[in-house]
Ligand binder design. Structure first.
Ligand code: 13P
Length: 246
């Protein structure tokens, strides 16, 4: 169960979140919990999560280890800050910052080289869905992105399916729509890496996940977790999502 805070919260707000959140998920042994705050909050988040099972991730990375790349942050830097995960290829990066399937692959490899677990995002736009091209778009994104990984690398990633039309819109994909897309992605992964490896990979759903819809999403076989934006900013609401079985 992963939270993507996007460009929200200061270090002080991060500390306050963890103070409220920690006790609420202290008994959650059924899942991994990852919180992905903005870069300036990473150190505070890692510090606040110490002694708990909560893990911390970044939201992006650059593929070089270091160098003259003003404004960029590398995998080894994120790892050294104590984070364990990093989101790669979020649709907002693709839409606003020129991310392509090729750069997604470079960042994914860089994350793995740094010892981070990449959460690699794929998903179609509304116009793709309306044109009946969802499956084709997902396959393209897999083909040009994730499929560049070798078997060993593939086994270490997490995939997130986020239909762009469901992000921040309050329009969740129905559990059936999400499950269909997850099945397409798993099938594509099976074609490339074998059905065993594809069955083992975790695929998260993201897009307007809320306390009141998480159960029905998680009831789908192919949905292994969720990547939550807005509802992860509030300790109570994200804890309710994490604790969905109870
Ligand atoms: P919302 O949960 O706010 O729709 O955002 C989803 C998302 O983009 C998570 O990465």
């Amino acid at each position: 169960m992963a939270g993507n805070w996007k460009m929200y919260k200061t270090p002080a707000e991060t500390r306050a979140f963890f103070e409220a959140f920690r006790p609420l998920v202290a008994a959650a042994g059924h899942c991994e919990i990852v919180i992905c705050p903005p870069f300036p909050d990473l150190a505070v988040a890692v510090d606040s999560a110490r002694g708990t099972s909560i893990q911390v991730g970044a939201q992006n990375l650059y593929w070089a280890k270091e160098g003259a790349f003003t404004g960029e942050v590398s995998g080894p830097m994120i790892r050294a800050a104590g984070a364990t995960h990093v989101i790669v290829g979020h649709s907002e990066r693709r839409q606003y910052f020129g991310e392509t399937d090729e750069t997604v692959l470079k960042r994914t490899v860089a994350a793995l080289d740094a010892g981070l677990t990449p959460i690699v995002c794929v998903g179609e736009l509304l116009e793709h869905r309306e044109a009946g091209r969802t499956e084709a778009v997902l396959c393209q994104q897999c083909l040009h992105g994730i499929h560049g990984l070798d078997e060993r690398q593939f086994a270490q990633i997490v995939i997130a399916y986020e239909p762009v039309w469901a992000i921040g819109t309050g329009k969740t994909a129905t559990p059936e729509i999400a499950a269909d897309a997850h099945a397409v992605i798993r099938r594509e992964m099976g074609n490339r890496y074998g059905t065993g490896a594809a069955a083992d990979i975790r695929i998260l759903y993201g897009g307007s996940v809320k306390p009141d819809n998480v159960k029905s999403l998680m009831a789908q076989d192919d949905i292994d977790g969720v990547l939550v934006g807005g509802a992860s900013l509030d300790a109570k609401s994200f804890a309710t999502i994490v604790n969905f079985p109870s």
